[in-house]
Structures are given as structure tokens and as C-alpha cells.
Design a protein around this ligand. Structure first.
Ligand SMILES: C[S@@+](CC[C@H](N)C(=O)[O-])C[C@H]1O[C@@H](n2cnc3c(N)ncnc32)[C@H](O)[C@@H]1O
Length: 447
């Protein structure tokens, strides 16, 4: 049987055209999805490098708009409103916007929340470009732009620590000056400039980011970027964004909201029985620390201004990593598979690369159950929550995320209606690197 996320791109486009109720919008959708590169797992962001709006910021952990469109097309009812509790780069919201469906996205990371909001805002491209050009022409750096913000890691700018630093001094100072001066622009323009500046920071630094975090580029000491490089790449990013906004200027405005903050709390602000579907991919229980991975953007663009703010943000993220010492909370997820997994993990505690992993795994499922408890209230009866989620493995103990969720959500009022593997992921090299883990799509009906 072919799963709904395995449809061909041509089928997805046809379904999407059917979902839109207006010929102009359906033309937009055809052109937009037509730039997606087929033949890659739809739960990944591969294939979206040329996709308008998605190409503004390379967010590795995104799923594809095709996954969202396929999901929307597979539901046995017309979707009027959609929620994504873990908005990330805004794939769900943007796809909904293309299809004329209202959306609410929650995102805890303020840089990513701005990225989502920037994709959903309607700015006048010519006026935006003129404001940006004035900003660059009148750019003035101040002493404060050269200084480290309180709490900022010392490695952020030259001379750094132990002869290592992320940004050459002039790149750092220029980026900080642009971020500061962008605050004088109209709020929609300021947000867009900040987001696009964020999109060129890593490529103008001495580091590269991958699944395991940050590492220094080979030969970085002799191949440093300059402030001219930074501005050149920002100019190019502004041109790309302006082209996308111009091409899709006919998209309807409004009907999309971005809620900033911890979804475990903020989902409480959404009206009861007001949503038709939740489509999302939460962090996986694999110790990936989003606050750390997006730390350069958060500090340089001024979203963080103290060590305490960095800790608070980490604290507000789902308990899927061990970089924080989590407060212990009473068990909430009820699942035999989880109990067995936690007992097995405790037994091999001494072999784990971090001794707190067993507790983290338990907290992770408690957090997810909390999210589903909110969804139970928000979703109309008979409607669905569609989740793309991956397994994990620690010291040869497999964390079977799908089985644990299916068991624990049955007690909250959700019934599994569809399940399938989307792709297999290579296990982290920290755990040996030899196991293949699955990524699943789970469809739950709200009873
Ligand atoms: C796998 S990513 C989502 C990717 C998204 N589907 C996309 O296509 O861009 C998970 C997101 O959850 C966010 N997140 C983590 N903890 C959160 C929390 N407590 N509340 C809201 N968002 C959270 C992370 O910052 C990250 O952006």
C-alpha cells in the first residue's frame, strides 16, 4: 500500500490545486511546489533549496512542504485551520498560506519565531529594499557593536579563547551594527532584515554547523571572511527574498498567527475545539540541543543578552536533550514499553555518554503527552494530529518512540489510525554509528 506521503510530486500538486478554491492561488501552488526536488524523504528539508520562502534560511531540521500538502490532502474532511506546536522554520504555516488554510504556529526560539513571521508577512518589496539600502549606506559602527554582550561566549569574536574564535572582528562588528540599526526600520522590515542577516551569519564565520554541533572550517585561520563578504551575501539574500515576495504578492494576508514561547504552556491560549488538524515534527529524543545549534543567530541578532536568557530558553525547550539539569516532575506518560525502556537504560547507566539520559527520555514523553493533552482540547472531535518523529538509541537500547506514543496517547484520548516509516536515519556516531533508526509518520484521531 502506498502511504499518503509517498505520492508523486505531480499527485501532490494536483491534490493541492484541488484544496485551493481559487485559480490564481492554484497557479501559485503549482509554481511553488514545482520547484521542489522530488525523490528525497519528505520528512527532511532536502529538495527545498530552490523553494521560494523556504530558501531564505537553511533549517536542517525542517520537513518538506510536500509532507504538509500530502497530509492536508489525505484527510477525509475540508481543513479550515491547522496548528503546529513546533513551528521551526514555518513549513506548516507557509504551506497552509499557499493553500488558503488558516494556521497557528508555536515556536520557542525567538529567532525561528521571527523567521516564521517573516515568511507570513506581506511587505512591499520595493519600499523594503529601499529601506535596507539606506540602512547599509548610513551604517555606522559604535563601540558597543564591538563588545561582547554580557554572557556571550568569549569565542564568539576575535581574539576568542585558546586562539579560536567564530567571527573575525570586522564581521562581528558589522553584523551587530546592522542588527542594531535594523530596529529603526518598520517592524516588518526590521524582522525581515534580521532573519536574512541570520541566514548569512554561519557562512561568514569560521565554523560550520552539522548534526553534532559546531566545528571550525578547515584552514579557517587563513581564509577569514570580511565585512564586505558579509554585506555582499546579505545583499544577495535580500534580493532573493524580494523576488519571492514579489512573485507571491497575491497571497492573502492574515489568518496566520505565531505564538512565541513554550508550547507546553502557550497552547493553552488557543480556543477549545477550534482546530481541524495538527501537523508537526517535535524535537526527537536524541539530545539535539536547538538552543545551542542556533546560538550564533540568537546572540549576534540580539535575541539573547545574558547568560540567564540563554539558560531560560534552554529550560523552555522540550526535554529532549541533556545539556540542562532538568527539574524532576511526576511521571505523566503511561506506557509499558516506556517503563521497560527506562529500566533498561538505568541498567546501562554507567555505559551511557551522559548519566542523565534515562531521566531525559522519561521527561521527553511526559512533555509530548502534555502537548497532546492540549491538542485534545484544541482539536475538534474526529479530527487528527499528524506527527513526523524519529526513534533514538542509547548504548544499544532502542527507544521505540512510535510504540511508546501509541500506548501513552490512548489514555489521553487519541487513537492511532495510520502509521508508517518515512525513512531510516543513521544513528549518531556518539552511539557507534552503525544502527539504522526509523523516522515515522503517525496519524492520531482525536476521540
Ligand atoms: C523538528 S523542529 C520543527 C521543524 C518544522 N516542522 C519545520 O519544518 O521547520 C522542532 C522545533 O521545535 C522547537 N521547540 C522545542 N521545544 C519547544 C517548545 N517547548 N515549545 C515550542 N517549540 C519548541 C525547536 O526550537 C524547533 O524549532
Amino acid at each position: 500500500m502506498t502511504e499518503f506521503w509517498e505520492s508523486t510530486l505531480a499527485e501532490t500538486v494536483r491534490i493541492s490545486e484541488r484544496l485551493t478554491d481559487n485559480p490564481t492561488r492554484s497557479q501559485d501552488v503549482t509554481e511553488w511546489l514545482g520547484r521542489y526536488l522530488e525523490g528525497v524523504p519528505t520528512s527532511s528539508n532536502q529538495g527545498t533549496a530552490n523553494l521560494p520562502f523556504q530558501r531564505w534560511f537553511h533549517f536542517k531540521e525542517a520537513f518538506s512542504p510536500k509532507f504538509v500538502a500530502d497530509t492536508l490532502g489525505s484527510l477525509p474532511y475540508k481543513v479550515e485551520s491547522c496548528v503546529d506546536p513546533f513551528g521551526g522554520s514555518g513549513t506548516t504555516a507557509l504551506t497552509c498560506r499557499m493553500l488558503g488554510i488558516a494556521s497557528t504556529s508555536v515556536e520557542v526560539n525567538p529567532f525561528l519565531a521571527d523567521l516564521i513571521e517573516a515568511k507570513l508577512s506581506t511587505v512591499a518589496p520595493a519600499a523594503f529594499c529601499a529601506s535596507y539600502e539606506r540602512l547599509i549606506k548610513n551604517l555606522e559602527t559604535r563601540e558597543a557593536d564591538q563588545a561582547l554582550a554580557p554572557g556571550m561566549p568569549r569565542t564568539m569574536v576575535a581574539p576568542g579563547m585558546n586562539d579560536r574564535y567564530v567571527f573575525p572582528r570586522d564581521v562581528y562588528t558589522t553584523a551587530r551594527a546592522i542588527a542594531r540599526q535594523s530596529n529603526d526600520l518598520l517592524p516588518d522590515y526590521a524582522r525581515l532584515v534580521r532573519v536574512l542577516l541570520g541566514s548569512v551569519l554561519v557562512s561568514n564565520s569560521n565554523v560550520v554547523i552539522n548534526g553534532k554541533g559546531r566545528r571550525y572550517r578547515r584552514g579557517w585561520q587563513t581564509k577569514q571572511r570580511s565585512c564586505a563578504d558579509l554585506i555582499e551575501s546579505l545583499d544577495a539574500a535580500i534580493d532573493v527574498a524580494a523576488a519571492d515576495i514579489t512573485r507571491f504578492s497575491g497571497l492573502p494576508r492574515g489568518r496566520h498567527s505565531v505564538i512565541r514561547g513554550d508550547a507546553r504552556v502557550t497552547l493553552g491560549s488557543i480556543r477549545e475545539s477550534s482546530v481541524d488538524v495538527a501537523i508537526f515534527s517535535p524535537p526527537y529524543p536524541n539530545s539535539f540541543d536547538y538552543t545551542d545549534v542556533y546560538n550564533l543567530e540568537l546572540w549576534i541578532l540580539g535575541y539573547l543578552n545574558s547568560g540567564a536568557a540563554n539558560r531560560d530558553l534552554r529550560h523552555d525547550t522540550l526535554r529532549s536533550h541533556v545539556q540542562m539539569k532538568w527539574h524532576s516532575t511526576p511521571r505523566f506518560a503511561v506506557s509499558e514499553v516506556l517503563d521497560k525502556t527506562l529500566a533498561a537504560l538505568r541498567q546501562v547507566r554507567a555505559d551511557l555518554w551522559n548519566p542523565n539520559i534515562p531521566e531525559m527520555v522519561g521527561f521527553y514523553f511526559d512533555d509530548l503527552c502534555k502537548i497532546f493533552q492540549h491538542l485534545k482540547r484544541i482539536l475538534r472531535r474526529g479530527r487528527h494530529a499528524v506527527v513526523a518523529i524519529g526513534d533514538s538509541q542509547y548504548a544499544s537500547i532502542h527507544v521505540d518512540v512510535a510504540s511508546i506514543l501509541i500506548e501513552s496517547l490512548s489514555g489521553i484520548g487519541f487513537r492511532l489510525t495510520e502509521q508508517g516509516a518515512i525513512r531510516s536515519m543513521r544513528n549518531s556516531s556518539q552511539h557507534g554509528g552503525s544502527f539504522e533508526l526509523s523516522e515515522h509518520c503517525l496519524v492520531f484521531e482525536r476521540l
